[in-house]
Write a protein that binds this ligand. Structure first.
Ligand code: NAP
Length: 895
């Protein structure tokens, strides 16, 4: 970067001269794209004293809103949200006329912004960048342009948008058609007269669904060719809703700040109740309210907390949509064809419409269901399907875009270090760090690139965040004397893993969409936008900056290289959210509360967790422990019995919890395994110290074995299971049962077990603090339960016991748990002793991941695997039911 930076307007004037005379134009930063992102970039970069040139293929500003001029084009995020927020005065001086503004109004807005900050003078319109090459020697990019001078820049920022490269329709014969053909995404500026014409629209995504009702009003006849029916919600457009306008007027700053930290970039609090906690009537009422409000973001986020993660919860919503479609469309066959039924709501981009479904009641509109009769060709006179030929005068292609990557790879080649080509690097799918940068491509930034929240968020909010983050970094780098910034391979690989972890939580994998690249034949597939949410993404970006540009290598001619290498998120995304939330609560350490205080705290804490899911029956009773009666809670599956039976021991460090404290976990395992769970209220320390809990474990297991048939169990051995100290009791019970004459145990499920009194394994120091279960809390538990002299007794340190002849085990450990290594040590020792063992080493999880049902959703597949292990122990087959509502494909294999 140049040391002395002339005033940007002097530079720009010079640049204009250079451009006009075919001399390479030298600037600090080149920005490609003059839409929402490009305009804000120019404004911020100029203000920061960088020399900048903008380029855009279009003849004016507007980006996507410059090109998409088809009839009915509007935004479908409410326009009060879809606005810049960086300048309160700009906000004050612009008022939207409608809830969802039309394309011309949005284009006027962007023109207004360009005028206000005098941005056009730095933009070369009608100019395409056709190649971009990084030069290591000068540490600059050289951009080859289609028009005028090439550009040499320190930083190359592609603000080219996610939906800018139209996708060809992949139908033979378009060129032979004798009538008119229009792409919605390249609609003629002067408009198209469709009056009295026979029109075909191919495609029923947002563009098709917005344009079809208006085209139907103009055309003599409209034939809609639909391949995949889509979910569409009526916009009920009109004035900006009074309540929302008032919210904004009263406290603009808070409104905008809430949007910045929200999940979707719109200030709406997330729904908290789960689908099964609401009655049919309550669910319907919520749906009707949002349907009447015409609020797409609301419909995507506000109904129930599991709508976007649980296929069953989503199916409830999808059915309400289908009911609406059937109630609007008179012809039942057409209605059925319009009903989306091959993907969950929200997994494919849903649409906002005005009279879309009612349009199919018009006598001049016909729907052709391409699932039944695919298009075979476009002929000179019209469109041929497998069943008929339909003659038309005009074909409108609303067939979408080569999304997310298309506009980036359209610049070809983009070569980074050592001539590495971006297209080649992305041959198997885009790789980025944060969706903003690419390893091997120094000083290249992508605004809303693949890997950023972009299209799953309010773009205006994401764009401002990206631009601010990038420009703030460039200012800091300049101040520190760095001239190159480049993502590391480690950071990029870590981001890919984090992206995949986030995506497994969502239902996007269940649909073929442009989010995944599935709409373009041959394109590598994978969820391309970041699904972890706008607020979490922002906090990650901030964390990277605060950790000295974590995951970036910085160099400069006069300063030492700096590289704080690493992965920014190693936790599962929902674990990260839970831990951040706990950190914000700033709770006193549990060990400072005293035993009773800690018990009260945990009881209170558990009240706020989501209720467990329904099972066939929940029944409380009393069994006989080692020294008197003990309470138990029994969970019976809804399936017909008799069932196998599992004796379960709750967690709580031998001090906390009771037979109900792992209620959601027991319900979930009961549902998934189809086995009865008996959760035992064993005795606790300090009232009852070692070996009370261990002896109760054996006594309770015996009692359950002896009363199995009364409890509804089929004959045969039972299983034991437990979490944390409960898993310690389960492991000890197996040893005692072997040594003291039974009962026979068919298998042991040990989830994050305490197995040994040694505290020098690495996980005790790696995960000593910050992951809820701390090292000092574990010390406190040990001290309360067991005096040092007793600790090597196998009844509390089962790793020190004899291990041969024990029942088969399924041992679960979590990466960020102080107990991780002793769990693994136990599994390995069992195996060495000839016991059949399976291990699940859960990557990115913490000690409480598995019992936090419906909170840590990424742990669901792990529970499905546990349930299957229990079924195997019970001699039952794998149960597909256990996978049914599973939001994840578990990727917790040992690293
Ligand atoms: P799209 O959602 O990708 O829809 C393309 C449509 O064309 C789909 O129905 C697709 O069917 C169909 N199609 C594609 N190729 C076809 C072929 N060879 N034969 C038959 N049908 C074919 O594209 P879009 O409607 O332009 O919208 C893209 C995105 O732009 C939207 O999802 C939205 O994010 C954004 N957008 C926003 C607004 C707004 O804010 N108001 C407006 C317009 C667009 P399949 O589904 O079977 O592939």
């Amino acid at each position: 970067m140049s040391d002395a930076i002339p005033a940007s307007d002097t530079r720009a004037a010079a640049g204009a001269f250079e451009a006009a005379h075919g001399v390479t134009q030298h600037v600090d930063v080149a920005v490609v794209g003059a839409g929402f992102a490009g305009l804000y970039l120019l404004h911020r970069l100029r203000k920061a004293g960088f020399s900048v040139v903008g380029m855009d293929e279009a003849d004016d500003v507007g980006g996507t809103w410059y090109w998409n001029r088809y009839p009915g084009a509007r935004c479908d995020i409410q326009t009060v949200d879809y606005s810049y927020s960086f300048d309160p005065e700009l906000e004050r001086d612009w008022t939207w006329s409608e809830k969802y503004a039309t394309q011309p109004e949005i284009l006027r807005y962007l023109g207004f912004v360009a005028d206000r900050y005098d941005l056009r003078r730095d933009i070369r319109f009608g100019t395409k960048v056709i190649a971009a090459n990084w030069d290591d020697a000068t540490a600059r990019w050289l951009l080859t342009t289609s028009n005028g001078a090439n550009v040499s820049c320190r930083y190359y920022i592609m603000a080219t948008g996610c939906l800018s490269a139209p996708k060809p329709p992949e139908i033979d014969g378009v060129k032979d058609f004798k009538g008119e053909v229009y792409f919605t995404s390249r609609w003629p500026h002067q408009g198209v007269d469709l009056k009295g014409k026979r029109v075909a629209v191919i495609g029923t995504g947002s563009s098709g669904i917005q344009s079809i009702p208006i085209i139907a009003e103009q055309a003599a006849h409209l034939t809609v060719f639909q391949r995949t029916p889509n979910f569409a919600l009526p916009a009920h457009n009109g004035q900006v809703p009074a309540e929302r306008a008032a919210q904004l007027q009263q406290d603009r700053a808070t409104f905008r700040e809430q949007a910045r930290w929200s999940m979707a970039g719109v200030p709406l609090p997330p729904a908290t109740e789960l689908s099964f906690q609401l009655s049919d009537a309550e669910r319907r009422a919520r749906f009707e309210k949002l349907w009447a409000a015409g609020d797409l973001v609301g419909m995507l986020t506000q109904l129930w907390a599991d709508q976007a993660t649980d296929p069953e919860a989503n199916a409830l919503l999808a059915e309400l949509f289908r009911e609406k479609i059937r109630s609007i469309v008179r012809d039942p066959e057409t209605a059925e064809a319009l009903c989306p039924n091959d993907h969950p709501f929200g997994s494919k981009r849903p649409c906002l419409d005005t009279n879309y479904y009612a349009t199919f009641n018009r006598p001049n509109v016909t729907l052709v269901n391409l699932r039944k009769e695919p298009i075979t060709a476009i002929t000179p006179s019209g469109i041929k399907t497998g069943q008929r030929s339909i003659d038309v005068d005009v074909i409108v292609l609303a067939t979408g875009f080569d999304a997310m990557t298309g506009a980036i790879t359209a610049v070809h080649p983009i070569t980074g270090r050592s001539g590495k080509s971006l297209t080649e690097l992305w041959a198997h799918g885009p790789q980025t760090y944060l969706g903003l940068t690419v390893a091997g491509f120094p000083n290249l930034f992508l605004i809303t690139g693949p890997g950023s929240p972009s299209v799953l968020s309010n773009m205006a909010v994401s764009i401002e965040q990206h631009v601010d983050w990038v420009v703030d970094r460039l200012i800091e780098l300049r101040a520190a004397g760095f001239t190159t910034v480049e993502a590391t391979e480690t950071a990029q690989a870590g981001w890919a893993r984090h992206m995949a972890d986030c995506a497994t939580l969502t239902l996007h994998r269940l649909a073929n969409t442009w989010y995944t690249g599935a709409n373009v034949p041959g394109k590598p597939q994978g969820v391309m936008p970041y699904t972890g949410g706008v607020g979490p993404y922002r906090s990650i970006c901030n964390e990277i900056a605060s950790k000295g540009m974590l995951g970036f290598r910085l160099t400069g001619p006069t300063v030492a290289e700096q590289c704080n290498d690493g992965e920014v998120v190693r936790l599962q995304p929902d674990v990260r959210l839970v831990l951040n939330m706990l950190a914000q609560m700033n709770l006193p350490p549990i060990e400072s509360m005293g035993a009773q205080g800690a018990r009260d705290f945990i009881a209170e804490f558990n009240k706020s967790r989501p209720a467990g899911r329904p099972v066939g029956e929940v029944k409380d009773g009393t069994l006989t422990g080692a020294d008197g009666p003990l309470p138990y809670r029994l969970y019976r599956p809804a399936t017909p019995g008799p069932h196998g039976i599992v004796v379960y021991f709750h967690g709580g460090g031998w001090v906390l919890g009771d037979e109900q404290s792992d209620d959601p976990f027991c319900r979930d395992l009961c549902r998934r395994s189809g086995l009865i769970f008996v959760s035992v209220g064993y005795r606790h320390a300090p009232e009852h110290r070692f070996p009370a809990a261990a002896e109760d474990g054996l006594a309770a297991t015996r009692w359950v074995a002896e009363h199995a048939s009364e409890l509804g169990s089929r004959p045969g051995p039972l299983m034991v299971a437990g979490w944390s100290a409960g898993a310690n009791i389960a492991a000890v019970t197996c040893q005692l049962a072997r040594d003291r004459g039974g009962p026979e145990i068919a298998g042991q499920l040990l989830v994050c077990p305490v197995t040994d009194c040694r505290f020098d394994r690495p996980s005790y120091s790696d995960n000593a603090a910050g992951y809820f279960l701390t090292r000092s809390l574990m010390f406190w538990f040990w001290d309360i339960y067991c005096s040092p002299a007793d600790r090597s007794d196998p009844r509390v340190s089962p790793l020190r016991g004899k291990l041969a002849g024990l029942p088969p085990a399924y041992v679960v450990t979590c990466e960020f748990d102080p107990l991780r290594d002793e769990g693994i040590a136990y599994a390995e020792a069992l195996q060495k002793a000839g016991v059949a063992v399976e291990q699940l080493q859960a990557r990115g999880h913490f000690h409480s991941s598995f019992p936090m049902v419906d909170v840590v959703l990424t742990s669901a597949s792990g529970r499905a695997q546990m349930a299957n292990a229990l079924r195997r122990f019970a001699g039952l087959g794998q149960d597909n039911q256990s996978q049914r509502s599973d939001p994840t494909t578990f990727n917790a294999a040992a690293e």
